[in-house]
Design a protein around this ligand. Structure first.
Ligand SMILES: Cc1ncc(COP(=O)(O)O)c(C=O)c1O
Length: 310
């Protein structure tokens, strides 16, 4: 269903990078699929395998109104003949509220809209049990695909990079992708993580997932030494953006013909370039993991009236 060969490793050339002795490569997971793109496929793959193996009827998962993860889950389930239920934050919404939700419904996802208060229970086991009363044979996947299987699916990305490199750059939300990538690194390689959320404790969040991998304390400490958190690039917080960021995304697309999104990858690439500019990042071969997310950009283009892909 997904052809991994499409996720090429591509060099980005620029005089600015050359001057600072940074060799930049993109791992183009965004090219894997229009909707199940980037880290979405990586996080869902083993969860789908589990559903098939244990003969589950489908996946029940969680997300906000513009969730890339919800669309990807709806799309992948529909293509493998599984059902899907999306529990959506916001009981003021409906399936017609925006393009993301319309797409989820078009793939046959059953959407359940709940209050923000109730959504706060999304990680509680007893709440899952309540949700499963009528759908007992569903496999529950946390918001953003943030479980052990999601993390291990992301680890595979590293094994596809047939190139020596010093560091990886990646956007961070739930930390599932960055944790998986970190697990795949050699001890002398670094991972730069760029949280899309303000006031986010990356180490704390990552340690929850690392603990699920049953790693020794020593192994966790080693991995933590390889992580560099770039937490100054959230642009106000999750879902927030500025004109400067949108203009950067437009410039980058014009220059390199690669679309970034304002929620995750745009912020991460902005961070990378800014760190090169300030001399923090130099003399390195860097791989930027393009985690997709372009499907969510249209609503921002509609809202701002600024087509940053033009
Ligand atoms: C496009 C994109 N990039 C990066 C991330 C962050 O990934 P994670 O939640 O695994 O940290 C997400 C969220 O899943 C995303 O949609």
């Amino acid at each position: 269903m997904i052809d991994l060969e499409k996720s090429i490793v591509q060099r980005i050339e620029s005089g600015f990078l050359q001057e600072n002795k940074v060799e930049l490569f993109f791992k183009r997971d965004d090219l894997l699929h229009q909707e199940i793109s980037g880290n979405k496929w990586r996080k869902l793959k083993l969860n789908i395998d589990k559903c098939v193996h244990q003969k589950s009827e489908g996946i029940l998962t969680f997300g906000g109104a513009y969730s890339n993860h919800l669309v990807a889950t709806a799309s992948v389930c529909s293509s493998v003949g599984l059902k899907s239920i999306g529990v959506v934050r916001g009981n003021e919404l409906n399936a017609e509220s925006n393009d993301t939700l319309k797409r989820c419904e078009s793939y046959g996802m059953e959407l359940q809209f709940i209050s923000r208060e109730e959504y706060g229970l999304r990680n509680e086991r007893y709440y899952h049990e309540e949700l499963l009363v009528e759908n007992s044979n569903y496999h529950v996947v946390p918001e953003g695909g943030a479980n052990y299987l999601g993390m291990i699916g992301c680890q595979e990305i590293i094994s596809e990079i047939d190139l020596e490199f010093d560091s990886i750059f990646v956007a961070q939300g739930t930390t599932t992708t960055s944790c998986g990538l970190a697990l795949g690194l050699d001890e002398d390689q670094k991972i730069y993580v760029v949280p899309a959320l303000k006031g986010f404790d990356s180490f704390d969040e990552m340690s929850v997932l690392f603990n699920k991998a049953a790693l020794s304390q020593e192994a966790i400490e080693q991995i933590e030494r390889q992580i560099v958190v770039c937490d100054q690039y959230h642009f106000g917080g999750y879902g927030k953006y500025t004109n400067e960021l949108l203009e950067f995304i437009q410039f980058f697309n014009k220059e390199h013909h690669i679309k970034l999104d304002p929620i995750y990858t745009g912020k991460a690439m902005f961070a990378l370039m800014d760190m090169v500019k300030s001399g923090v990042l130099k003399n390195q071969k860097v791989i930027f993991i393009h985690t997709g997310g372009i499907q969510g950009s249209q609503s921002i283009i509609d809202k701002t009236g600024f087509n940053f892909y033009s």
